[in-house]
Design a protein around this ligand. Sequence first.
Ligand code: F6R
Length: 366
Amino acid sequence: EKGGYDHFMLKEIHEQPKAITDTYRGRLLRSEAIIKMAGVEDNMKKFLNANRFIIVACGTSWHAGLVAEYIFEDIARIPVEVEYASEFRYRNPVITENDVVIAISQSGETADTLAAIKLAKSKGAFVFGVCNVVGSSIARETDAGAYTHAGPEIGVASTKAFTTQITVLTLMALRLARAKGTISSSDFRHHLLELEMIPKKVEKALEEDEHIKKIADIYKNSRNCLYLGRGYNFPVALEGALKLKEISYIHAEGYPAAEMKHGPIALIDENMPIVVIATKKGHYEKVVSNIQEIKSRKGKIIGIVTEGDEQVRALADHVIEVPETIESLTPLITTIPLQLLSYHIAVLLGKNVDQPRNLAKSVTVE
Ligand code: F6R
């Protein structure tokens, strides 16, 4: 049942090329240069007339929402707020009939997310669900939605659900950008082409597995770990830190790289590993100067870099290469080495990777 892998988590990490393909199949029609999503088409007016999108989710799904915020604002020019469902539901939020609420949930059963949906509906907002489990409570409670089609996710640490959620949200952003005219037809086609190439690139990123295992062995006894990224890769840094803490029980924090100097830089010494997402697209030079700041304080740098990178390689203690893509799609690729790094550290420490302590696959209590 684990398909020859030692753990469901590893199997699910390796399933991502197929899961992402399954997610865009029938929706991304490149030869016709269109995106077809029934749940979006049927409610196009609601989406186009919305004052803003409010994304509600928890945990890893909340991180997917943060990535979506960048792409919705960047290419579709729609204002987006991303909320922890648990905070949103209790804060007497301002919601109107002109808001579109997007709820993201792998299980479709998360109690706080479900409660946030009910609240938004009671205020007259249109609620759209992005779920993996077909027929789940959230899928049923929402006005419309799009499934991720990732297949069953058994490992408690979410992996393929995250990348397929980002895929669905990217398709939505592209479709709405086209409808609004905020993306040119050539740029749109370029995005479709690049998105179609993502599964192959994820496969390539997975080939770094053995190299990542060696890095995991060097840092497995660390007490702390920092993850840094900027722009589209800031949420990826948060997700990388969550993956490490939940399965290896090593304390980890994700930060926007530029926030370092506002506090966390005080933590850095020769015992602190810092994973920095430093791919070529998106603020590369700025990230390089953040790396120099860390280096001068003797932190140990693990750089996630674009194939062929030289500048970061010269500064970092280790680099993990990933294939190049357009900036908005980099999270789908840079996430992969972070998943593998957490997995290997947890396995080397003898932890129960698929069922970490204190955690449940669906959180049906608040
Ligand atoms: C982390 C993880 C959790 C879930 C969160 C939301 O790996 O699995 O943080 O992402 O509990 O769950 P769903 O997406 O089912 O609503």
